[in-house]
Design a protein around this ligand. Sequence first.
Ligand code: NAD
Ligand code: TYD
Length: 338
Amino acid sequence: MKVLVTGGAGFIGTNFIRYWLKAHPDDEIINFDKLTYAGNAESLKDLAGNPKYKFIVGDIVNEDIIGSLVEQCELVVHFAAESHVDRSIINAEEFVRTNVLGTQIILQAVREHDRRLHHVSTDEVFGALPLGSKEKFNELTPYNPSSPYAASKAGSDHLVRAFYHTYKIDATISNCSNNFGPYQFPEKFIPLVITNILEGKKVPVYGDGLYVRDWLYVDDHCHAIDLIINQGKSGETYCIGGMTNDISNLEVVKKILKILGQGEDVIEMITDRPGHDRRYAIDWSKAQQELGYQPENDFDNYLEQTVKWYQNNQDWWQRVKSGEYQRYYEQQYGKVGN
Ligand code: NAD
Ligand code: TYD
């Protein structure tokens, strides 16, 4: 099968491409990515020359290119998005353009060429849960996004559902919780904390630090997407989460400090994010019952693996933090992106 992966130079897309080529060695992948600040061509540089893998730089908002790529592939796995909440608070424009308009352009091509689509979305579309409650998000939770990022992803999910109902396209959606693992851009919480500690810098914790995320290891997420693609029912949504048990941001930082043998004096409590969602938690029983989804390990185990990865791959994240990574693609192939 030929698979079009959008946003494959980003964190989850990079891990997904590695996962898919291993799990489905006969398949071919086209990675289509704009290489925004979040796209890193270096993350997959070892795949250069692999006959099963092709990397094309471009924008999902470009109808002609998307039309031709979708036509060439049997399956589209759509990751491309603006993904950082803090950036969406500063300026929402790119979020609406890529996440809403870009998804609509992909849907149009999927409809026209009658292809299978899996759309990757987030639990942030559901809004926030109260701290201390046992409540969890599931596939029937009403949408109630708080940030411009979440609102733009909600818009993209609604479009996928509308195209399924109106045009009977073959599509599934997953709404997952916060991912972590190798190759994550260090503006996101866990890699930011690890790399700041490794650099001897302070660790910024928003507000009272008692915000709760349902941490999902990226490989478990990739496996869940594979299960949905191969066994999921068209038109359905699946919620995917990890095994965290309501751990606060402050506790996450303390665990990382313990793994690295560092004291807690580096923690710096800073001004809170506006509209900060208090708690996310996912009920993934539908995916478990219908697809056999189950995270392989618990949070502590994955956190240790992740810390080790950033310790062993300092060159990768130091080049991201210094901006050098953006010159890699330019040096190989010429100037692109923003
Ligand atoms: P990321 O920001 O690391 O990567 C996004 C990728 O998309 C980048 O490589 C970027 O260059 C590319 N891109 C952006 N705009 C584009 C455009 N117009 N055309 C083509 N490519 C474009 O994001 P991620 O963390 O890998 O997330 C991937 C997907 O998963 C997103 O849709 C996100 O909403 C969703 N998601 C992420 C998380 C998480 O914790 N990271 C959680 C839930 C859902
Ligand atoms: P983040 O990784 O930005 O993901 P999201 O906003 O999509 O959940 O943030 C995860 C949590 O960590 C969130 O509660 C905000 C918090 N946070 C900090 O406390 N300090 C930071 O510097 C960052 C980036 C996030």
